[in-house]
Design a binder for this molecule. Structure first.
Ligand SMILES: [Zn+2]
Ligand SMILES: [Zn+2]
Length: 197
């Protein structure tokens, strides 16, 4: 399963929720929103049939939201049924999610999926990168439905222009170790893996 992040901001927020076990342990009714970096099963499985008592808003990019419940969730790769859930807020590039004492900027980063997003907090220079980039030069796979190695290169090029001190990836460890260099490495790797369109 992918990483889940609990943001202890003034308005509590959750980023990705692929595990029912983790969902059960979190005070979901205290969260204002659940932001999904993309549709894949390992990031969204726990939303299936989940009912929120206080109406925590589910947020996701429109390009992935329209594929909910389809094979684009890659649920088959986990021998599971595609999760079905309702999205309250459709996100697009440049949107700001205001958590009271911090603001997350939505960066649309297609490539791994058409509606993949990264979330950037300019104040703490934190980047939640979903499955677009991973630590130590890793990149998201582009061979699943809706993936594009070309789009991934464009998306990582945008990330490489950000100043990032902390990388919170969709898989693997959180890293603070010359993150800008790590993202540049990811860009190099993505370019080397780009297939001709
Ligand atoms: Zn994943
Ligand atoms: Zn994924």
């Amino acid at each position: 399963m992918g990483n889940t992040y609990w943001l202890n901001a003034k308005q509590k927020a959750i980023i990705d929720l692929g595990s029912h076990t983790i969902a059960k342990r979190l005070p979901l009714d205290e969260a204002c929103c659940i932001i999904l970096t993309h549709l894949h099963y390992d990031h969204t499985a726990a939303l299936d049939q989940l009912v929120f008592s206080n109406g925590a808003k589910v947020m996701m990019h429109e390009a992935d939201a329209k594929n909910i419940g389809t094979a684009a969730s890659a649920a088959h790769a986990f021998s599971a049924r595609a999760p079905k859930f309702h999205v309250d807020t459709l996100l697009k590039d440049g949107d700001q999610i205001d958590l009271g004492d911090s603001i997350l900027r939505v960066i649309h980063t297609p490539g791994h999926t058409p509606g993949s997003i990264c979330l950037y907090d300019a104040q703490s220079k934190s980047l939640f990168s979903g499955d677009t980039v991973f630590p130590f030069g890793g990149i998201g796979r582009t061979d699943l439905l809706g993936g594009s190695s070309h789009d991934l290169v464009q998306s990582i090029s945008r990330l490489a222009k950000l100043e990032v001190s902390v990388l919170y990836p969709g898989h693997g460890v959180i890293t603070t170790d010359s993150v800008d260099e790590q993202i540049k490495q990811s860009l190099k790797f993505a370019k080397a893996n780009e297939s001709p369109e």
